[in-house]
Design a binder for this molecule. Structure first.
Ligand SMILES: [Ca+2]
Length: 285
């Protein structure tokens, strides 16, 4: 029995260690000194924001430490590549048709109202992106008189085009809210899986924009093929809300990672269970 337990431990340890090793590439940002200094986010630790948007490292509030990213929709535009992007992962995520890509993208961030009250028209979308605006997912953080502080989600299907889900309304203005995004890229159309978690609760499950880039109308930016995902885009688009300038959202604890196939980890876990089953059968015999 002792021998069996040792083998079981070894098998499970192997599975756990292998799962841990599966994380291939990750970057984490707390926006703290000395890596970050208060002011324009552009050029700090690989972040970019070449356009004239209101996105700065701030010491106004922080979830951890003293500093965070503050971003508003005081200035918006219809463009993409000049908006606010995280540092790019060295190893991208995507389907196997994309060179060097791993099949899972995980991202998380926390956000908080910078004023603690209504900022009508405040809106920032966050997307898994290729660093140039080829958005594969879309999560919208907004504030308005109807829905209050709220979160929305868009995916795209061949049947219905862009599909919107309002996943949360009237969030607490006074507290930080955490968002976790898991994107599983599965080879072939119509099957990628996106899971959106808000404050620890799954609020949306959908798919990526993969089929928009496969089959979507070129007039709308679709049909151009799949791009690697290596970054998060924080985008100030749509109608500007000038009153939110110098306010908006605080964003902290931004993390993004690309990972090796989850099925490999699952297979190892199944392997460990098979070992256990085999030992149990042997013991009975
Ligand atoms: Ca797919």
């Amino acid at each position: 029995m002792l021998h069996s337990r040792r083998l079981l431990h070894s098998a499970l340890l192997f599975a756990v260690v292998s799962a841990g090793a599966a994380r291939a590439d990750q970057v984490v940002f707390g926006f703290e000194q000395p890596a970050f200094t208060v002011g324009n986010i552009n050029g700090q630790q690989g972040w970019s924001k070449s356009g004239n948007y209101d996105a700065v490292v701030s010491n106004g509030a922080a979830l951890g430490g003293d500093q965070s990213l503050r971003i508003s929709s005081g200035i918006t535009s219809g463009s993409f590549g000049d908006q606010t992007f995280t540092q790019h992962l060295a190893t991208p995520a995507g389907e196997s048709s994309i060179a060097g890509a791993l099949d899972t993208f995980e991202a998380s961030w926390s956000f908080k109202s910078a004023t603690g009250g209504l900022q009508d028209g405040l809106f920032i979308s966050v997307s898994a992106d290729n660093g140039a605006g080829a958005r594969m997912t879309w999560v919208g953080m907004g504030d308005d008189a109807v829905n209050g502080l709220n979160l929305g989600f868009y995916d795209w299907s061949l049947d219905g085009g862009f599909q919107y889900q309002q996943v949360a309304t009237h969030l607490d203005y006074a507290t930080w809210h955490s968002v976790d995004l898991t994107v599983s890229f599965l080879d072939g159309p119509g099957n990628d899986v996106v899971k959106l978690v808000l404050d620890g609760t799954t609020v949306a499950t959908g798919t990526t924009w993969e089929d928009f880039y496969r089959f979507g109308p070129t007039s709308d930016g679709g049909g151009g093929g799949l791009s690697p995902v290596n970054s998060l885009l924080f985008r100030a688009g749509g109608a500007a809300a000038p009153a939110t300038l110098d306010h908006g959202f605080y964003i902290d604890n931004v993390s993004l990672a690309s990972q090796t196939p989850e099925p490999g980890t699952a297979a190892l876990a199944v392997g460990a269970l098979l070992v256990v089953g085999s030992l149990r059968r042997r013991k009975r015999a």
